[in-house]
Structure formats: C-alpha cells, structure tokens
Design a protein. Structure first.
Length: 362
C-alpha cells in the first residue's frame, strides 16, 4: 500500500507509527525523498486466541507492506517537486492510501495555504489522473500506428479499444477503475499499472481533540468517501506515533482514556484489507499459529497454493473449521467430535477466519 499525500500531511509521522522505522519527519516540504518501505503486521486478536489454545513457540500474523512516498504537489505529473519520480514509486503499489491533513497547527505550513482535506484530495486525484492520461495517450499513439497499418493482432486490437476507453474517461476526469473493459481488453492492458485503477482509502489525519468523530474539517471528506464507496479512516498520526512507543498494556489504557476501542493503525490495516478484497485463514498447531492472506472468493486450492505451490498441485482435500468453533471446543479432537470439522474439496470457497489443514499428494 502506497501512502500518498501533499507535503506536511502527516504521512511520515503515520509511517513511523506503522513501522516504528522512524523515517525522518520535518515541518517542511520534501522531508521524504526516497520511499521508505516497511512490512507491518495486521492486528488480529483471533491469532492470539488460537495461540492461547496451542501454546506454540511462534505466532505469525498476516502483513501489509506500506511505502511512504514523498509529498506530491500541483504539477507532479509534469515533474514538479520530483513528481515523475514519486509517481513512479506509487505505480508498484496494490492500493493507495491518501493521507489528508485535517488538523490545524500554525507551526506546520500547508503548501496550499488553508487546511482543506477535500481540496487536497482533489489535487492529488488530478495529478494521478493526468499522469495516467499521459501514459495512456503515449501507449495509444505507439500501438495505434500498428492498428492503422492493418497489421494488428486480435490482442493488439483489444489493447487499442481498451486504451481509447481509458483515454476518454481520464480526459473527462474519471478514474480508470471506473472504466468498463471487456475481459480481452483487461488482459491486453494488464501490465499498464495505472494509478487511478488502484483501490483507494482516504485517511483523515485529525487533531487529537477531534477523535473519534473527526471534526468539521472531515465532514466534506466523509460525504465524498460515501459517494465514492471508499473507506475513510480517521487517525491522529501524532497520537498513533505515541501509541507505537508504548507497551501493549499502556497503549490499551491510553486508548481507553481517549474513548477509542482500537488504534487508528488497526482500522487502517482493516481498511486496506477491505479495499484490496482480502481475507484471512489460519493454520494452527503446537508448532505454529499463522495467518495467511487470500482474496475474497478464493477456493481451497487457491488457499493451499498460498502456503506452497506443491500443496495446490497435489491437492486432495482440506480439513476446515471456524476459528471460534476451534477455540470454544478446545482442540481438534473436540471440534471433530462436535461435528464441526469438515472435509472440503478444491472448490470450497474459503471464509474469513477458517482454520485449514491441507492433505496433498506430491
């Protein structure tokens, strides 16, 4: 997930809290020049409850890789503020988290003057859209020459058709993720990596005093998120950075004092999972309890392949139960005796929270 925002929006402070990597933070533009990358565990209380049952030496959570990308400014698509370089870093991400300043602090300058998170979002979206439009137009010009010469293959024809649809929508300010493409067009354009085709999350960086509701600055952003069908996560990057330095018990007490059920980072990870259409299944035993990530709608064979390709190639069946059923029963023997341990074939659709054991033949 790429963390994108204008300078001084709080991206690096939030990244520090996510990774405890202490990326340089400063109250001036372009503090972050090279992208900082960190692999962050996804908070999931279910893995701890399974670990309490089996007492293994290792707990391995699911992870999300976050990349903190330097602040974009108006004209980034034309190279302003090292924009082309920074936009290139975003293309490798699976999703984008727009960090939007919704806090007032006189000692932290805003590149646009007044604090307005919705305006900042629109600025960022324009830059990504114009960058995509340039990439699509250049490719269309190159591939279109072949099509006009009458020597285009069926795949190239699909590519030209898809590029024209994308160019039309981007030129009208519509993101590529809303463009309706055929299966052939999708296949022909799979390597294009358009910025506006990626799922997005809106992250409102608010003052501590505005938690948990967010304050008046957030309301236009909330309405925009609802209209776009995007997740809006409200955090105070300053508070999250303080929480990251505390022991778990102290952090929990601090959250209670703030009237919060969980940290903003936990909600951000959950929003990332939702935006990417992901879910978690578990393997659990005396040696290890581990969370694995699969797409929603994945089948048992897909899940087996996440662990090892041999599991998928030689898949025989999967033993499946719900994590809660396993914890409540107290073990595999007990959950089997209750009739809650099922044998499923390769086409079984994995559900979030399944505990799975795979039988395979090499």
């Amino acid at each position: 997930m790429g963390i994108v925002g204008l300078p001084n929006a709080g991206k690096s402070t939030l990244f520090n809290a996510l990774t405890r990597a202490h990326a340089q933070v400063g109250a001036f533009p372009f503090t972050t020049i090279e992208p900082n990358t960190g692999v962050v565990p996804v908070p999931d209380p279910r893995i701890h409850q399974l670990a309490e049952l089996f007492r293994p030496p290792r707990e391995v959570p699911a992870t999300v890789t976050f990349t903190d990308i330097a602040g974009l400014v108006r004209g980034a698509h034309q190279g302003e503020g090292l924009g082309n370089q920074f936009l290139g870093h975003v293309r490798g991400a699976d999703a984008i988290a727009f960090v939007l300043r919704a806090f007032r602090a006189r000692d932290v300058a805003h590149v646009e003057g007044e604090v307005d998170p919705l305006r900042d979002l629109e600025t960022l979206e324009v830059e990504l859209t114009l960058s995509d439009l340039g990439a699509v137009s250049r490719r269309l010009e190159r591939v279109g020459k072949v099509a006009r010469a009458g020597a285009a293959s069926r795949e190239q024809q699909a590519e030209v058709s898809g590029l024209r649809k994308l160019e039309r929508d981007l030129d009208q300010g519509r993101p590529a993720r809303g463009t309706e493409l055929s299966a052939e067009e999708h296949s022909a354009l799979r390597d294009l990596q358009l910025l506006t085709a990626k799922p997005v999350i809106y992250v409102g960086n608010v003052d501590e005093s505005d938690l948990p509701a967010g304050g008046e600055l957030v309301e236009p952003l909330r309405r925009r998120a609802e209209a776009d069908g995007a997740d809006l996560t409200l955090v105070s990057a300053k508070i999250e950075s303080e929480l990251a330095e505390l022991e778990p018990e102290e952090a929990a007490e601090f959250l209670t004092q703030l009237g919060l059920a969980e940290s903003g980072l936990a909600r951000l990870s959950q929003a990332g999972y939702h935006a990417l259409g992901l879910q978690t299944f578990f393997t659990a035993g005396e040696k290890e309890v581990r969370a694995w990530t699969v797409a929603r709608g994945a089948n048992a064979r897909d899940a087996a392949g996440v662990i090892h390709t041999d599991f998928a190639k030689g898949f025989i069946r999967a033993e499946v139960c719900g994590w809660r059923e396993l914890v409540e029963a107290g073990g595999y023997a007990q959950v089997r005796s209750r009739g809650h341990l099922r044998l499923e074939g390769r086409d079984y659709q994995v559900e979030d929270g399944d505990v799975m054991h795979f039988l395979f033949n090499v």
